[in-house]
Design a protein around this ligand. Structure first.
Ligand code: FCB
Length: 450
């Protein structure tokens, strides 16, 4: 496969376009019981037999809690502008309410100061899925009180870090927490109940809106937004039942989140479909959710093809598949960006995650991950195509900096552009990291020449 970017690197991107790499707390930090961190829903979920493919958990992960300085050096050497990380809520507030943990707060202070010292913009996510377990015991995201606990947490993080961070994301991928966490039960907290899932989705959105309002009222300096997982959704055939199914999936995964954020209402067709499972919404909730965004982040990995009887098989798509079994479909990113631009009044957009798991071969200190390099290059080109057609994309971040704990897949799926040897915690830049570094150098040269 051709590992070269299929476009001239200096061509499309504005001088202030933000290039980054992304991680999340539970997937890399480890130190699960160190310095007063409380358990999260993912610690408990990992203890459920069969929940994680390889029976693993995030107890050690990449040991980033102890190796953060070395990891920040790696990020600096890549030449990125920004680093997207998440705060572990139970590390800074072990019970999700009440006492704050000074050692947890100090860790993120060190991290943010370390980024600034290296010239990297900190992009902070408040909730990348690791809700304090103590709040789950009180109903978790299904309980309306958790909304207010989240707002308190957001304000506390702003008080500690708000003057030094570029951006705060409320939630990462509310669809995943609601649907995989509470409807299919494949992710923490492992609940399988559709009405609960929809109430969770509503509370996530509400807490997002209320947190943004409270942060602004507190004078927060960072840019504020949310990150959604979005895909173009195609019907497998022209049959009316497949088209209807695709429309419903689009409603549940794309419009259910985009419409309230940018139009202040849930989509009627989905509400009708849900019937009694639709969430309870109180007066003022929808206006809060529609609080203006400074940015919208989206995570893109693949498209989705649906059939009413579930018979479509991705293996017949004719496209290469990643180690997750996801179709490599970069044109879907351009398609998605154009559709968002057409259908909603958008704030500036970021691609906050994009990347791929492949079966890497580590040999002689190198990882020749041609497929990942090609994947990233093609998706960057797809962003360039959307930019040229007028979509307001302002940044792109690779998922992920490091190989890490890939949730229910455990450690078997490697998404990093940096290889992690879990036995020794040795980090090695894969060829994709070297390509990204060179690509960014070329971007900077092109910037300077303009
Ligand atoms: C996204 C998650 C991220 C990672 C990638 C592969 O859904 O936000 O943590 O697991 O998928």
């Amino acid at each position: 496969m051709n590992a070269t970017a299929p476009f001239h690197p200096g061509h499309a991107f504005p001088h202030d376009f933000v290039w980054g790499v992304a991680t999340s707390a539970y997937q890399i930090e480890g130190a699960a019981a160190v310095d007063g961190r409380g358990p999260s829903v993912w610690d408990s979920f990992c203890a459920v037999p069969g929940a994680i493919a390889d029976g693993s958990n995030g107890d050690v992960a990449c040991d980033h809690y102890h190796r953060w300085a070395q990891d920040l050096d790696l990020i600096r050497d890549l030449g990125v502008d920004a680093y997207r990380f998440s705060v572990s809520w139970p590390r800074v507030q072990p019970d999700g309410m009440g006492a704050w943990n000074p050692k947890g707060l100090a860790f993120y202070e060190r991290l943010v100061d370390g980024l600034l010292a290296r010239g990297i913009k900190p992009y902070l996510t408040l909730n990348h899925w690791d809700l304090p377990d103590a709040l789950q015991a009180r109903g978790g995201w299904a309980a309306r009180d958790t909304v207010h606990r989240f707002v308190d947490y957001a304000l506390q993080m702003d008080r500690h870090l708000g003057d030094r961070i570029a951006s705060i994301t409320s939630h990462n991928e509310p669809w995943v927490m609601a649907t995989l966490g509470h409807e299919t039960g494949l992710f923490a907290p492992g609940i399988k109940h559709r009405a609960t899932a929809m109430q969770v989705a509503h509370h996530l959105m509400l807490s997002h809106g209320l947190a943004l309002q409270a942060l602004r009222a507190q004078g927060c300096q960072a840019r504020l937004g949310i990150v959604l997982n979005l895909s173009p959704i195609r019907a497998a055939t022209d049959r009316p039942e497949d088209i209807a199914q695709a429309r419903l999936e689009d409603g549940r995964s794309v419009r259910w989140y985009m419409d309230p954020l940018l139009r202040g209402a849930y989509p009627d067709d989905v509400l009708q479909h849900l019937g009694a499972d639709a969430p309870q919404v109180e007066a003022g909730d929808m206006a809060a959710i529609q609080t203006p965004l400074d940015f919208l982040g989206l995570n893109y990995y693949t498209r989705s093809v649906v059939s009413a009887d579930g018979s479509w098989d991705v293996k017949t798509s004719g496209k290469p598949l990643t180690d997750m079994g996801w179709e490599v479909y970069p044109e879907g990113l351009t398609e998605l960006l154009l559709r968002l631009h057409r259908d909603w009044p958008l704030p500036p957009l970021y691609v906050k995650e994009n990347g791929a798991a492949f079966k890497d071969v580590f040999a002689d200190g190198r990882v020749h991950d041609v497929e990942r390099t090609d994947y990233i290059a093609r998706h960057i080109a797809a962003v360039g195509d959307a930019l040229r057609q007028g979509v307001p994309v302002v940044g792109y971040m690779v998922w992920s900096l490091l190989d890490n704990f890939e949730w229910a897949s455990g450690y078997a799926k490697r998404f990093g552009i940096v290889h992690v040897d879990y036995a020794t915690q040795q980090r090695t830049l894969k060829d994709s990291a070297l390509w990204y570094r060179d690509f960014l150098r070329a971007q900077k040269l092109a910037r300077a020449a303009r």
